[in-house]
Write a protein of this length. Structure first.
Length: 406
């Protein structure tokens, strides 16, 4: 039996006023695990149903399988592999993973460790004596963009250009033609075009000139699946820059905010640095960087929790709601830094499990360990802090923190 969600719950979640604390609204959504919306889309909000769908081969990530076309900022000539289905998704993901992690490059993250540590130390050195810092502007933003640019082989002097491009692209991800101005979508399209054009220039320059960076390896590699086309490489690099960078910014910022709200845990981390490993997993559950997968498409009729979702329907996956589901996690709304049995949805699940997860985890572990160790009695200036507009990639846009005597 299909049940229509009480009008307004989803819209209240998407409304900017709910950004500081959407979790009570997620609890409302979970009363109806699969909720039909007025526009014919479906919202799924409970852990069991989300994990079942994320592993369901009848769920499509390709916009072309939606019965009703939707606006999107990204051009469709060569979409990133997260927006494709098998077998194309699997082929492109395999080709990217040859150079990004196990089994072919198992030492990638460990090999970056000295760079991660030195970058974090340098950023903290720059504000160590300041009475007030912005964790986002002074730390959480520049750290991962420096890492991902180094990984790809992007010149350091070009890094500032990415912030403008990425911000416009992120803002357009959840574009709603009924409520958002057309400029929001147009800005995202323009930024996507500019970023892809820039990356295309870098890719072209790598042909026949291999260097020690990811773009060079993708351009010049002849693996079992052959070579990616230049367009496919640009799409993969674009994905790494946006998805990889933005999620890490939010994870670090949400992490520091959570620690400042739980000073006893902050003190414990300072005394027990090894706690950071399970603590970051709990952050991925408790305050994840990605809250919503805005759409998936039903390849065919799918039955979820007794509800038949027709072929071609748009399905919205509320990952952050699933990770707070009390039917799966004991004391789900409490931050437990050493929680066990923590199979959260912070990086998704199934074939689209975030392939940059190991790097994001290690970046966040190092970042939070060093911030806690080196900041002098840090405390929040404003709680809640100001948040980004997006309900999809949720995190503070600024996190002002005072330290020292004040």
């Amino acid at each position: 039996m299909t049940t229509t969600e009480t009008p307004g719950t989803l819209q209240r979640i998407l409304d900017y006023s709910s950004r500081p604390d959407p979790y009570p609204l997620y609890a409302e959504l979970r009363r109806t695990p699969v909720a039909l919306q007025e526009d014919g889309s479906y919202v799924v909000s409970t852990y069991r149903e989300l994990t079942d769908l994320l592993h369901n081969p009848h769920l499509s990530s390709d916009v072309r399988n939606l019965a009703r076309p939707m606006e999107a900022a990204e051009g469709r000539s060569s979409p990133a592999f997260i927006n494709l289905d098998p077998p194309e998704h699997d082929r492109l993901r395999r080709m990217a993973m040859r150079h990004f992690g196990p089994p072919h490059t198992p030492g990638l993250v460990n090999g970056l460790e000295p760079h991660l540590t030195s970058t974090v130390a340098g950023l903290i050195d720059d504000f160590a004596d300041k009475e007030r810092i912005d964790v986002v502007d002074d730390f959480a933003y520049p750290f991962p963009v420096t890492v991902i640019c180094r990984l790809l082989g992007v010149p350091r002097e070009d890094e500032p250009r990415f912030r403008l491009w990425v911000n416009d692209i992120i803002e357009s991800i959840d574009y709603n033609p009924r409520t958002d101005p057309p400029e929001k979508l147009e800005n995202g399209r323009r930024a996507t075009k500019d970023l892809r054009g820039y990356l295309g220039g870098l890719v072209e320059a790598r042909h026949g000139r291999p260097a020690d960076d990811l773009l060079s390896r993708l351009v010049n590699d002849d693996g079992p699946d052959g070579r990616m086309t230049d367009e496919e490489i640009v799409s993969t690099a674009n994905l790494l820059l946006i998805a990889g960078h933005e999620t890490t910014v939010n994870l670090i910022t949400n992490g520091m905010l959570t620690l400042l709200r739980h000073p006893q845990v902050l003190r414990r981390l300072r005394d027990e640095p090894g706690l950071v490993v399970p603590l970051v997993e709990e952050l991925l559950r408790y305050e994840p960087p990605v809250h919503i997968i805005p759409w998936r498409a039903a390849y065919s009729d799918i039955t979820v929790a007794g509800t038949v979702i027709p072929k071609g329907s748009q399905i919205m996956l509320m990952l952050a709601s699933g990770s707070r589901d009390p039917d799966r996690f004991h004391d789900a709304d409490r931050f437990v830094p050493d929680r066990r049995d923590n199979q959260h949805l912070g990086f998704g699940s199934g074939i689209h499990l975030c392939f940059g997860g190991p790097l994001a985890r290690r970046e966040t572990q190092i970042a939070l360990t060093e911030l806690v160790r080196r900041l002098d009695r840090p405390r929040l200036v404003a709680d809640p802090p100001p948040y980004r507009r997006s309900p999809v990639l949720r995190g503070p846009i600024h996190l002002p923190v005072e330290q020292g005597d004040g």
